[in-house]
Write a protein that binds this ligand. Structure first.
Ligand code: OFO
Length: 165
């Protein structure tokens, strides 16, 4: 049993996770369009992960006997200045999501909602990993700057990422 306010906040988060998926799918499509297959793969895996995040919220809301309310998903950017630009925007977005998860934890504490607090801990840990892995790739991209060879190497590495459900 969760409060109506919490159900509404979790539905908002479900929407944000669906937007994350949509944003990374857009980045995957753009990477494919400019011939960076490895980047396209990385963002496609990221899209798949975000869908699993969204579905965790979906299932939790239902498990708590509340209604899932699907809202409109905002249109993501369709074009990006460079691979670096995509990862800068990814980090910026993940920081926004981290803040949003932290706000949900605050609400769970305020409401003494221990079940939701526990449910959210997986996301708290996941956000640390997400930001760390994006930061690592950003560092590599800053190192290679505009070198074609460097970009080729990073693209190769990003091509090896696989989806772990
Ligand atoms: Fe769902 O972690 Fe990224 O957005």
């Amino acid at each position: 049993m969760i409060s109506k306010k919490m159900a509404e906040a979790l539905n908002e988060q479900l929407n944000k996770e669906l937007f994350s998926a949509y944003l990374y799918l857009s980045m995957s499509a753009y990477s494919e369009h400019i011939g960076l297959k490895g980047f396209a793969n990385w963002f496609y895996v990221q899209y798949q992960e975000e869908m699993t995040h969204a579905m965790k919220f979906y299932k939790y809301i239902l498990d708590q006997g509340e209604q899932v309310k699907l809202k409109a998903i905002e249109q993501p950017d369709q074009e990006f200045e460079s691979p670096l630009d995509m990862f800068e925007k990814t980090l910026e977005h993940e920081k926004f999501i981290t803040k949003s998860i932290n706000d949900l934890v605050d609400l769970a504490i305020q409401e003494k909602d221990y079940a939701t607090h526990t449910f959210l801990q997986w996301f708290v840990t996941e956000q640390v990993e997400e930001e760390a892995s994006v930061n690592e790739i950003l560092d590599q991209l800053k190192l290679v700057q505009n070198s074609g060879n460097g970009l080729f190497m990073v693209d190769k590495e990003l091509g090896s990422r696989t989806f772990q459900p």
